[in-house]
Write a protein that binds this ligand. Structure first.
Ligand SMILES: [Mg+2]
Length: 374
C-alpha cells in the first residue's frame, strides 16, 4: 500500500465566541477558526483526513506557515511511501524540517500524522483507539474555558458554562497576579463542587508566579499550568519546591527530548498533552507512555480543535484513561464545522466515535463552502 495523493485544503470555520490568552486574543471573530485540512488518498482508494489549526499567540506556527510547510515541503516527500511505516514517515518529515527544542513545526507535521493514522485504521477497519491498544474509557469529560480578563466577565463565563452543564473550568491567568487571584476567587464562588484550575500560558515572571501560586493555593486550587516561560527550567524547579499545587508543563513540554531533560533536572511533575503541539499521535502516545512510566501527571488539552483534531485527541485520551477533565474547547468556540453528522456528545462528555479511523465523516461540500484562499 502506498500514499498516492495528498490534497491541502485551507478552510475558515465561523466562531461563536473568542478566547483570550496572556498574549491576547489568538483568533478574532473575523479571522474565524482557520484550519489546513489534509486529505490523503492511498493507491487502493482508502482516504484519511488530518488538520492543522495553529494559534499564533500560543506557538510560532501560523495558518500560512502550516499551509506552505505541508504543501511545499512535507507532503511531496510522503508520496509513494507506505502509510503503515509511521516512524519512517516522521523520519522523512524530520529530515525535511529539522526538529529543535520542539519537533520542528509540529502542528504542520501533526496534520499529516493524523491523516496517516486515520487512513491506516480505516484500511484495517478499526477505530484509532484500538490501534493505540487500550480500551481505557469510552468517553472523555470536557472542561469549560474561562478567559475573560476581569471579574465580571469571569463570572459571566462560569455562569454560561454551568448553564450548559459543565462541571470543570479552566481559568486563563498570567495577567496581573492580584487581579487573577480575585478572578479565580470569583469563579470558585460560583463553580461550587466543580474542578477548577488555572493556566498562565507563560505569562508570569518567576516572582509573579510565586506570588500567584501562594494566592491560588490558599483558594484551594490544585493545578497550575505553565506559569512561566517555557525555557525557565530553573524557575520551574523553584516553583515546584514552593507550592503543594501540581505544576503542569504545556508549552515547555513540546517533545520527548525536552521532557526527558526536564525529568533529569527534576523540574517536571505533570505534562499537558496536545496531539498537535507534539507532531501528532505518533509522538503523543510516546509522551503519554513516558509520563506514565516516570510517574508524571497526565493532563489532556488542545488548541481549540476542529473535529479532526478533536476526535484524534479523544481517541488518545480515552486510550490512556485520562479522567481529569480535558480542555478541548472547540465545541465552546466553533459555530459550524465540516462534518456530515454532528460529533457524538453526551452533555459535557465527548464520546469516542465507534467507526473506523477517527470515526467521523467529512462533508466535502462543506469543505468547499468553507474554503479559504491563502
Ligand atoms: Mg495550557
Amino acid at each position: 500500500m502506498k500514499i498516492e495523493r495528498i490534497e491541502v485544503l485551507p478552510v475558515r470555520l465561523p466562531l461563536k465566541a473568542m478566547s483570550r490568552l496572556s498574549r491576547g486574543v489568538p483568533r478574532t471573530m473575523e479571522e474565524g477558526k482557520r484550519v489546513i485540512l489534509v486529505k490523503m488518498t492511498a493507491d487502493d482508494g482508502t482516504v484519511g483526513w488530518g488538520e492543522a489549526g495553529p494559534s499564533r499567540r500560543w506557538s510560532a506556527e501560523t495558518t500560512h506557515s502550516c499551509y506552505t510547510t505541508i504543501k511545499e515541503y512535507l507532503a511531496p516527500e510522503l508520496i509513494g511511501r507506505d502509510p503503515f511505516d509511521i516512524a519512517g514517515l516522521h523520519a522523512v518529515m524530520n529530515t525535511e524540517l529539522a526538529p529543535g527544542l520542539d519537533p520542528g513545526q509540529p502542528i504542520a507535521k501533526a496534520a499529516l500524522d493524523l491523516a496517516v493514522h486515520d487512513l491506516i485504521c480505516r484500511k484495517l477497519g478499526i477505530p484509532l483507539q484500538s490501534w493505540l491498544g487500550a480500551k481505557g474509557r469510552d468517553r472523555i469529560e470536557l472542561s469549560y474555558l474561562v478567559s475573560a480578563p476581569d471579574v465580571e466577565g469571569t463570572l459571566g463565563q462560569v455562569q454560561a458554562g454551568l448553564g450548559l452543564g459543565y462541571r470543570a473550568f479552566k481559568v486563563k491567568v498570567g495577567h496581573e497576579p492580584k487581579l487573577d487571584i480575585e478572578r479565580v476567587h470569583a469563579a470558585l464562588a460560583l463553580a461550587k463542587d466543580c474542578v477548577v484550575w488555572v493556566d498562565a500560558n507563560q505569562g508570569y515572571t518567576l516572582d509573579e508566579a510565586l506570588r500567584a501560586a501562594r494566592g491560588f493555593e490558599a483558594l484551594g486550587i490544585e493545578l497550575f499550568e505553565q506559569p512561566i516561560p517555557m525555557a525557565e527550567f530553573y524557575g520551574m524547579k523553584k516553583l515546584l519546591a514552593a507550592t503543594n499545587m501540581t505544576i503542569a508543563l504545556d508549552e515547555a513540554a513540546m517533545g520527548l527530548p525536552v521532557v526527558i531533560e526536564l525529568i533529569r533536572r527534576e523540574a517536571v511533575e505533570a505534562l499537558v498533552i496536545k496531539v498537535n503541539k507534539v507532531g501528532g499521535i505518533h509522538y503523543a502516545r510516546q509522551l503519554c507512555d513516558l509520563a506514565r512510566s516516570a510517574g508524571l501527571g497526565l493532563i489532556g488539552s488542545g488548541l481549540m480543535d476542529a473535529p479532526i483534531g478533536f476526535a484524534a485527541s479523544v481517541h488518545l485520551f480515552a486510550a490512556y484513561s485520562i479522567d481529569y477533565p480535558v480542555d478541548l474547547n472547540g465545541p465552546q468556540h466553533i459555530a459550524e464545522d465540516y462534518l456530515k453528522t454532528p460529533y457524538p456528545m453526551e452533555g459535557r462528555f465527548a464520546l469516542v466515535p465507534k467507526g473506523p479511523g477517527l470515526g467521523i465523516d467529512i462533508d466535502e461540500a462543506k469543505v468547499k463552502a468553507f474554503a479559504l484562499t491563502l
